[in-house]
Design a protein around this ligand. Structure first.
Ligand code: NAD
Length: 475
């Protein structure tokens, strides 16, 4: 591969899918800077109208878009279709969010003048996207940032540039000027150069904790630049007493293995009360044994596809092996049916006896099981992580859930629902290593604009009532 190129491959077949030249970061930032004043000066209604046209453009190519997402990520077609629907829905949600969270407010009037709170855009925003939702997640930054009056330089993951290019094409066909939404083709090095560029005003990042921390560090001496970090998790699903074992097991399966475990909100740790262990874990294994993992267009449709590439598949197999050789007890082995394709079977391992469990995000279909004696131990175990993205309680009473909600540290806390599948109509973000308290989804509006407080009068009117010497007038 020439060093000035990015090539993406279809995980399910290994075939090359897309190739393109690496973009010039300086040029992109220069073009964005020049485009920003005119874009920010447009009426809000015009920016919203363009975003609505964008949604229509996506609608026109919905099938083609879903197919491309499936090919480039390996996710099943049914799942890629839901991703495209989320891209379309994002526009209406972002219009409401802008009005609700960052609209204009006139405060009390009176003799001191009128007070107003209005929001201004930051300027040139760098959007760095991950591969697992290569359209929906960057779009979740791009649309609210555009509505607020920012211009965008979007660098998709180097693993999913075709989807990135397709998304940006929809913006351009909708009438967005080429310099208002730009595609920047590149890998981590181009991401770093963009983050370090003097002339960007903010970084909207969704990806791994390692990259997020690197970005945070890079911008530590630039407090004026807005940085929104949406990172990974080591999410717990806690199962306590419930008569509904089959439903509890289905929730565990959905949480751990949807998208082949490649969701930031996927459950990595099943924490189960001893009284439920045999029934629940048995049922989870039976269901996991039935999971079809296959190529994205297979008929009948698979539950999940491959992981993104062979390197990820190798890392997951190595992690499973690490658990095995450090006291883990296998419940369901991780299989790799084809050595040169990244299909891995759902795997489950009991790690209760392990002295030290690595607190890292294992981004694939690998579920660790931990047995606990009681609810207090379950809560302590759920919090035994530096991450804090999502957490679910399955079973228990309303009082148990109240305790769980109050004591577990996470940005998404659910009861009798999976850890994943969050609503775009709610804020989405985590604590600890999962984020920097700039939640996305509905609250993305908050980081796309900053508030300006003003007091205003239509004429200057002022007098100084105290502390002045008597005026001496010359005769
Ligand atoms: P990644 O961190 O490897 O890459 C994300 C983007 O950042 C890519 O565009 C990449 O090129 C760029 N990048 C990498 N290093 C960089 C650096 N030092 N400076 C600037 N840019 C850099 O993430 P990924 O592997 O593509 O995605 C999977 C990860 O994303 C998982 O950790 C997952 O949990 C996380 N994720 C989080 C959310 C969320 O909303 N919290 C959602 C989806 C995925």
């Amino acid at each position: 591969m020439a060093t000035n190129e990015i090539i993406s491959h279809e995980p399910a077949t290994g075939a090359a899918l897309w190739r393109g030249e690496i973009s010039d970061v300086d040029q992109a930032v220069d073009r964005a800077r020049r485009a920003w004043p005119a874009w920010a000066a447009l009426p809000l209604a015009t920016r919203i109208e363009l975003c609505r046209r964008f949604a229509n453009e996506v609608r026109k190519v919905q099938d083609q878009f879903a197919e491309l997402i499936s090919r480039e990520t390996g996710k099943p077609l049914w799942e890629a279709r839901t991703e495209v629907e989320s891209v379309i829905a994002k526009v209406d949600i972002s219009v409401s969010a802008y009005a609700e969270r960052t609209g204009q407010k006139k405060l009390d009037g009176g003799l001191q003048g009128n007070s107003a709170v209005r929001h201004k855009p930051h300027g040139v925003m760098a959007v760095l996207g991950p591969y697992n939702f290569p359209a929906h997640l960057p779009n979740g930054h791009i649309v609210p940032a555009l509505i607020a009056g920012n211009v965008i330089i979007f660098k998709p993951s180097e693993k999913t540039p075709a989807v990135g290019e397709f998304l940006v094409g929809c913006f351009h066909r909708a009438g967005f000027a080429a310099d208002v939404v730009q595609l920047l083709v590149g890998a981590a090095a181009e991401g770093q150069a963009l983050v370090a560029h003097r002339d960007i005003d903010g970084v909207l990042f969704t990806g791994s904790v390692q990259a997020g921390i690197a970005i945070n560090r890079k911008l530590a001496t630039n407090p004026g630049k807005i940085v929104a970090l949406e990172m990974g998790g080591n999410n717990p699903i806690v199962v306590v007493d419930t008569p509904k074992v089959a439903d509890a097991a289905a929730l565990v399966i959905q949480s751990a293995f949807t998208s082949a475990g490649q969701r930031c909100t996927a459950a990595r740790r099943l924490i189960v009360k001893a009284s439920m262990y045999d029934a629940l874990v048995g049922e989870v294994k039976r269901l996991a044994d039935r999971i079809v993992f296959d190529q994205p267009f297979a008929d009948p449709a698979p539950f999940m596809g491959p992981v993104i590439d062979n390197q990820s598949a190798d890392q997951l197999s190595e992690s499973f092996f690490y658990f095995l050789s450090n006291g883990g007890r296998p419940i369901k082995h991780m299989l790799r049916p084809s050595e040169d394709l990244p299909f891995v079977s759902p795997a489950i391992i009991d790690v209760t006896a392990m002295k030290e469990r690595p607190d890292v995000e294992l981004f694939g279909p690998l579920l660790q099981v931990i047995k606990v004696d009681d609810f207090d131990a379950a809560i302590a175990e759920a919090n035994n992580t530096r991450f804090g993205l999502s957490a679910s309680l399955v079973g228990g009473s309303p009082q148990d859930y109240n305790r769980f909600w109050a004591n577990v540290r996470a940005g998404i806390i659910n009861w009798n629902r999976p850890t994943n599948g969050a609503s775009s109509k709610a804020p989405f973000g985590g604590t600890g290593l999962s984020g920097n308290h700039r939640p996305a989804a509905f609250y993305a509006a908050d980081y796309c604009a900053y508030p300006v407080a003003s007091t205003e009068m239509d004429q200057p009117r002022a007098s100084i009532g105290v502390g002045l010497r008597e005026e001496t007038r010359k005769a």
